[in-house]
Design a protein around this ligand. Structure first.
Ligand code: ADE
Length: 277
């Protein structure tokens, strides 16, 4: 997968050379390039923003440097058959989830547009999408992308760079081969499948007794089925405690009979199409 990132602070993206993503780059599973938006400016002050039409606080990023940057990125990147997806980290996007990480991991070419200030002039997006309406006649036919606005949560950051790091880390680790075979992503919190509506429960390592606290006995029993069942029970109980909204958003079909008993013991029963607790 090819990932291009456009930002006025390229240094913000340096952590992508470390750890898991650094290794994914070295092994060729992802190919990441960071581009400085200011390199597209032609004026003496390298201007990338101006005041908002209609008034209001803050500054808005100019459409032209963004379109120039996007055109350059598309021209420079290796020829890829599918249309790139332009990911725009913004609080006014769809909320990022593990399912979206999996969706993005299947793309061949992602371009991240990391805005700052109040955001980017909307006409840049109109121009970047094929058949964008209300734009000037000089549509550049080379650059057509799918725009995907993504929020990493209900809070406001100073810019899209940190959100891009979050999204890229989450999607890279679910690319096949990035994690070792023994580090399955299917048991993760929120993983599509049996964990979709659950967070993981507690985990332990050596020593078996630490500061007077023992590891739960089942974990040293060697009984794999019992361990799997215990882990799932813990996961159900922790989800009820910290993320009841996840259970609320699920239906009884997502759970087996034992799950439903555990949920019932914690006061959650599914009746007439909804959870009662
Ligand atoms: N930029 C600023 N705040 C953001 C958020 N919550 N998610 C994604 N990008 C952002």
């Amino acid at each position: 997968m090819r990932i291009d990132i456009i930002s006025i602070f390229p240094q913000y993206l340096e952590p992508l050379n470390l750890s898991l993503i650094g290794k994914a780059q070295s092994s060729g599973r992802v190919d990441i390039a960071v581009h400085d938006l200011r390199a597209q400016t032609t004026d003496r002050h390298n201007t990338v923003d101006d005041s908002p039409y209609g008034g209001g606080p803050g500054m808005v990023m100019l459409a032209q440097p963004w379109l120039d940057a996007l055109e350059n990125v598309v021209e420079q990147s290796p020829k890829i058959s599918t249309r790139p997806r332009l990911v725009v980290p913004t609080p006014s996007g769809r909320v990022f989830t593990q399912a979206i990480a999996g969706e993005l991991a299947q793309e061949e070419h992602l371009i991240f547009a990391c805005g700052r200030y109040e955001g980017i002039d909307e006409r840049f997006f109109q121009q970047a999408v094929q058949g964008g309406q209300g734009v000037n006649a000089n549509v550049n036919a080379n650059v057509t992308v799918d725009v995907d606005r993504i929020s990493i949560g209900d809070f406001v950051l100073a810019g899209g760079e940190v959100a891009a790091l979050v999204i890229i880390e989450a999607l890279t680790r679910v690319i096949p081969g990035v994690l070792g075979n023994d580090e399955s992503v299917t048991d993760d919190s929120f993983a599509p499948g049996a964990m979709q509506y659950l967070v993981e429960g507690p985990i332990y390592t050596k020593p078996a007794t630490w500061q007077g606290h023992d590891v739960p006995e089942v974990l040293v029993s060697g009984d794999h089925a019992a361990i799997a069942r215990w882990r799932r029970d813990q996961s159900l109980l922790r989800t009820i405690a910290v993320r009841p909204d996840l259970i609320q958003g699920s239906s009884a079909e997502q759970f087996d009979d034992h799950d439903l008993q555990v949920l019932a013991s914690a006061g959650w029963t599914f009746s007439q199409g909804r959870w009662v607790h």
